[in-house]
Design a protein around this ligand. Sequence first.
Ligand code: BV8
Ligand code: ZN
Length: 249
Amino acid sequence: MHFDPRLLADARHVVVFTGAGVSAESGIATFRDKLTGLWERFDPAQLASAEGFRRDPALIWGWYEMRRAGIADARPNPAHLAIAELATRVPQLTLITQNVDDLHERAGSHDVIHLHGRLDAARCLACARSVSSALALPEGARDGKRIEPPRCAECDGPLRPGVVWFGESLPEQALSRAFLAAAECDLLLSVGTSGVVQPAALIPGVALEAGARVVHINPQVSGSGHAREFAIAGKAGEVLPRLLSEAFA
Ligand code: BV8
Ligand code: ZN
């Protein structure tokens, strides 16, 4: 069913819920993409796990530093910019992301809810002190070499990436803020997510249950046929700017 852009213009509280697809046009591989190079013999869920880190900290730290380098080299794309602009057009906007990159922040979005943590924030395995990794990218970061995780300045424990691994629970506060916003909004835009990873994947359903309209923006869309659920097939970097110009022209 066609989504009328005026519903965006008239929305009181919009939730934007993003996944890896919103960063795809910035050149950041999504999880569904075949992992290239050194990693093609691993599956991301195996690398993105505390078990994987315990087994081989240098391999996992090197994988994250390669991803951090890729993000540092990338730029926000028109989808990130349109979401930042939307926040200036509607009375209230809550941005919830599953992504661990900082492209929403670099596009000008504020108060982003990161359900799965952030790559630019490491923390000590021993004393849990968090180290905002203004950590310079080490030599070899870009080619995915194994890199020994740096040590904590306070207690000399090993640092770990500040992301939520499979099997780890999501940050309490972020998750409850996200559920609250989804239950309270009148429109939720779900952008670039395959809706596979739990419990983040529950967010659009919470909004739908609570009476909001839900719009999925994804090249591969599959709507549930619910009267208040819509799908716009396409790339976020093309669909979102068009949606905003139609809604606020
Ligand atoms: C937890 C940080 C337990 C790390 C990530 C069986 C059934 C149900 C659940 C489970 C199960 N077995 C295990 C679980 C739980 C597990 C889970 O959901 N597994 C999945 C694989 C089945 N979940 C967990 O482990 C979570 N924790 O449950 O803990 C617990 C409970 C209580 C107490 C203690 C413990 C933790 C999950 C968090 C994992 N960490 N990231 C890192 O990044 O390395 S998740 C990671 O994958 C990403 O962050 C991202 O969120 C996710 C991938 O999802 P998407 O964002 O959707 O990306 P994807 O590539 O899948 O899709 C991209 C989409 O974009 C596609 O649809 C594509 O078509 C589209 N697209 C492409 N280009 C574009 C585009 N769209 C728009 N424009 C484009 N240009
Ligand atoms: Zn420490």
